[in-house]
Design a protein around this ligand. Structure first.
Ligand code: GLP
Length: 239
């Protein structure tokens, strides 16, 4: 694991530079995107670079990590909506080649189909990850088997609590999500994890220094050959 500690502003710039390198080498790369507050500065930087003609997503195919079960793509808290509003609508990506798990069809066929589509596209070249305060990646909560593929999870109360700030009340936060599995994430050729803020410090310590265990799903990244972790001072404060 390569661990880089920097300011949030510099992290966005340095992370975006890695996307530039990847797309310069492979313009039709398969990119795995994430949602949450953490990647917002990076997405803004990618939009800026795209508008300046310094990066192009025109041949990119993308797969997002996860989606809330029960939310339609038009719901303003769905992750499909998030991606369109924070990234896709502002860059030259072909929307037809962007994928977010369905929150409405969570049949076994649809879930298995997500992994099949990733495989058919050639596999993810770079998967971006944030991290939950309990060490979840995507929506793979503690206890999720490390061998899991795309599946439906029951969200923990702590995750629903952490995400309620985006909803009118906790009752409106979905109870389930469809998420790439831990194995799906680990299949990516390169992984970039970004964590910002002191409230992520315990999860980051367990991820980097702890044993590899389903109790902290992100700890599995210790087993991946190509992971870059960007941390601000707060997130790195317990290392
Ligand atoms: C959600 C998402 C994760 C994300 C996490 C942290 O649970 N499913 O992909 O990493 O929140 O979010 P934030 O970046 O807002 O702290």
């Amino acid at each position: 694991m390569q661990i880089i500690v920097d300011t949030p502003q510099n992290i966005a710039k340095r992370a975006a530079a890695i996307y530039q390198e990847i797309l310069a080498a492979k313009p039709n790369a398969i990119l795995g995107f994430a949602t949450g507050s953490t990647p917002l500065d990076l997405y803004a930087e990618l939009v800026r670079l795209n508008k300046a003609g310094e990066i192009s997503f025109k041949d990119v195919t993308s797969f997002n990590l996860d989606e809330y079960v029960g939310l339609s793509p038009e719901h303003d808290q769905s992750y499909r909506y998030f991606m369109e509003h924070n990234l896709f609508n502002h860059i030259d990506i072909d929307l037809a080649r962007t994928h977010v798990p369905s929150g409405l069809d969570v049949s076994d066929e649809a879930l298995a189909g997500y992994d099949e589509a990733i495989k058919a596209a050639g596999g993810v070249d770079m998967q971006l990850l944030g991290i939950g305060i309990n060490g979840h990646i995507g929506f793979n909560e503690p206890g999720t088997p490390l061998e899991s593929l795309t599946h439906v999870v029951t969200l923990t109360e702590s995750t629903r609590e952490a995400n309620k700030r985006f909803f009118a009340s906790i009752d409106e936060v979905p109870t389930h999500a469809a998420t790439m599995g831990i194995k799906t994430v680990m299949n990516a050729r390169k992984i970039m994890l970004i964590a910002l803020g002191e409230n992520k410090a315990d999860a980051i310590r367990a991820t980097i220094k702890g044993p590899v265990t389903p109790d902290c799903p992100a700890s599995v990244l210790q087993l991946h050959p190509d992971v870059v972790v960007f941390l601000d001072e707060g997130a790195a404060s317990k290392l």
